[in-house]
Design a protein around this ligand. Sequence first.
Ligand code: NI
Length: 269
Amino acid sequence: MQYLDTFFEKLWQQYTAITPQALAIHELLNQHETTLVNDHVAFRTFANSPYSISQLEPELFKLGFKAFDNYQFDKKKLLARSYIHKDSPTKIFLSEILWQELPAGSQIIIRKIIEDNSGDKAFPKKPISLSSGRLWSMPSYVDYLALLKDSEYAAWLSVWGLRANHFTIYVNYLRQYTHLESVIELLQQHQYLLNEEGGVIKGTPQDFLIQASTMADKQLVKFPDGSEQLIASCYYEFAQRFEQPNGDIYQGFVPSSADKIFESTNSNK
Ligand code: NI
């Protein structure tokens, strides 16, 4: 599937450019594995905006993805939708923040982001895609910190924009590291920092999906005031899926696990 490869390759280049650990872990696994398959690639965006899930998903439909299920994260004020492809084991997970439910201060900052460029004639010509990056001006560092207090998700999104938030190794396709536990052991041997929110492994075989992730890398980012700040970029995830009673491998996501995986970009953890 050449067009799918092209889609994922662009996202991978963009992701590894700010996530050096992903490239290093990929190479580490590649020493023992012949093929690495992605379970899913995840994105973050703003609901009720030109960048909402409903605006972004046509790109996926054109690539042959079909909507699979919807998810809700009340505490983080997020909605999400997953997509599957008949010719690919790699799923897509789009989430969006219901920013109008955040405190007033953050709403003002996000409204500014969403309305940014609206007066710019060139803007509507720019196609909005999942690899567009940040389509708005860089927020001030003060605004970034204000968002960080209300929603770590929104702060991350304000800086990094539309791009893969994480890639996920599909453990089922590994030939040597056939269990999530053995992948975790390898990562720990190499001193990778893992997301320990609610335990390193999220979910149980009874959920038909178990997941783990690293903590996000940090990148030096230049803000409009000229200052450079070290902020969270992206992380790498690892997923192992199980057969359901009907014999099919589970394709969905487990909200209570995903909720904890979202914390992988939270530098305060
Ligand atoms: Ni994920």
